[in-house]
Design a protein around this ligand. Structure first.
Ligand code: FAD
Length: 465
């Protein structure tokens, strides 16, 4: 047969799951080989988290430049150089992906370009053009990630975009219809709206951003509407007809059938795991009916020596969850008794106002049988928020009543994404409301709201009654 090269740890996919796993396994003294068929950094760095956040930041800046009348600016004739914004976005991506390359090299990770396919429970073939190479491994971490769902009625192409094309459009659309009011649809919709596009969001469920507490999403909905974005909930998209340089989308809402015509249709209806063309059946790795690989609390699949992490396993499809699992899998391979603990995975939406949550909200905590106390503090009562002229939202902390152990937190408002970190630590450590309340927070900062929300739960907030 074919000659097989022996490798110790084989990692398939160089996204935030795979490259982090590779670095950590190497740091733990393992010989690591990492296979990637596309670009280092995976979806997150190349067509997900990073480019989207760069464009969102640029859009926010544009809006701030144009609309600071309230605090004494009047600005005329703001020129948007879209090519330059795209170039800048790409430069951010390139810096990070080349950084990942250098890190892997410094850790002596062998990088292979090509597509991996299992040919047995401990062997893969790697295809690169017409070249094929065979490898036998002791351990393998599968981290092949996910791709956008393609809906039958709305195949990608022409005027119908996935998030990937939307992040690299040659022009700012004058109008845009989005199917799917999840975080990707809302983030990208708001970004284009801030650059002047007329945006329509079609959401099938009763409200947008369904994974989050309605108490939080209400603030985002209100802002979307105020900024002229049309949001249809309980809306069923039926068909899209492309003609000339436009696309017309037909949808049902209530008992009505409506149509909206726009430059582009963006479909953000979820993600599919990349598990079907990997030869998993040949390796014997079980996949569930959603195409996800079931794993235990050490990221182990049903096949000894094969692990799976990131978007291809159940749980939230988020970069930091993929990286976390990558570290655990690396430690388990190195013989450590590590297990995953998901009680403190933050979830963030880079909307405006931003949203972030960690741990349990009040309803979930009650469902789990906790007696709950909570404290809430509004941005409107925080000096820093007011001086930033951005003071809509709240910080809420949920704790168990008897000892005040922090169970979770929800934040809507500016810098929610950064503020949630302290609360993630609190949940992870089993910190109490007293711990947060007695931590001296610098003044004037948004972080003071965390202290005050904890104080509010204890019935002694300084700046609210
Ligand atoms: P991926 O990043 O998908 O990487 C998998 C890699 O495996 C790819 O590079 C692929 O080419 C490679 N591969 C696949 N099959 C093979 C094969 N057979 N052989 C070799 N290589 C293979 N998450 C957040 O946490 N925060 C955010 O703000 C955020 N924003 C997002 C915005 C957008 C628009 C999108 C689309 C996603 C966003 N995400 C965000 C989600 C995040 O990108 C994913 O959760 C994350 O990338 C998953 O990491 P992963 O390592 O599992 O897989």
């Amino acid at each position: 047969g074919e000659f097989s090269q022996d490798v110790d740890v084989m990692v398939i996919g160089a996204g935030p799951g795979g490259y982090v796993a590779a670095i950590h396994a190497a740091m733990l003294g393992k010989q690591v080989t990492l296979i990637e068929k596309g670009e280092l950094g995976g979806v997150c760095l190349n067509r997900g988290c990073i480019p989207s956040k760069a464009l969102i930041a640029a859009a926010h800046r544009h809006e701030m430049i144009k609309h600071s009348e309230d605090i004494g600016f009047s600005v005329q004739g703001v020129h948007i150089n879209w090519d330059k914004i795209q170039t800048w976005k790409q430069s951010v991506v390139d810096k990070l992906t080349s950084g990942v390359g250098s890190l892997l090299k410094s850790r002596k990770v062998q990088i292979l370009e090509g597509e991996a396919l299992f040919v047995s429970p401990n062997e893969i073939r790697v295809f690169k053009g017409y070249e094929v190479q065979r490898y036998r491994f002791n351990h393998c971490i599968i981290a092949t990630g996910s791709r956008p769902v393609e809906l039958k009625a709305f195949p990608f192409g022409g005027r119908i975009l996935s998030s990937t094309e939307a992040l690299s459009l040659q022009e700012i659309p004058k109008s845009l219809v989005i199917i799917g009011g999840g975080y990707i649809g809302v983030e990208l919709g708001q970004m284009f709206a801030k650059f002047g596009a007329k945006v329509t969001v079609l959401e099938g469920a009763e409200r947008i951003l369904l994974g989050f507490d309605a108490e939080m999403t209400r603030w985002v909905e209100r802002r979307l509407k105020k900024s002229g974005i049309d949001v249809y909930t309980n809306a069923k998209a039926k068909e899209a007809i492309q003609q000339d340089d436009q696309v017309t989308v037909t949808f049902e809402t209530g008992n009505e059938t409506k149509q909206v015509t726009a430059d582009y249709l963006l479909v953000t209806a979820g993600r599919v795991p990349n598990t079907e063309n990997l030869g998993l059946d040949v390796a014997g790795v079980k996949v569930n009916d959603r195409g996800l690989i079931e794993v235990d609390n050490q990221c182990k699949t049903n096949v000894p020596g094969i692990y799976a992490i990131g978007d291809i396993v159940p749980g939230p499809a988020l970069a930091h969850k993929a990286s976390y699992e990558g570290k655990i899998a690396a430690e388990v391979i190195a013989g450590h008794p590590s297990i995953v603990d998901y009680k403190a995975i933050p979830a963030v939406v880079f909307s405006d106002p931003g949203m972030a949550s960690v741990g349990l909200d009040e309803n979930l905590a009650k469902e789990k049988g906790y007696e709950v106390i909570s404290g809430k503090f509004p941005y409107a009562a925080n000096g820093r928020a007011l001086s930033l002229h951005d003071s809509e939202g709240f910080v809420k902390i949920v704790a168990e009543k008897e000892r005040g152990i922090v169970l979770g937190a929800q934040i809507v408002g500016p810098e929610a994404s950064n503020l949630i970190a302290e609360l993630g630590l609190a949940v992870e450590m089993g910190a109490t409301l007293e711990d947060l309340a007695l931590t001296i927070h610098a003044h004037p900062t948004l972080g003071e709201m965390v202290m005050e929300a904890a104080e509010a739960a204890l019935g002694r907030a300084t700046h609210i009654v």
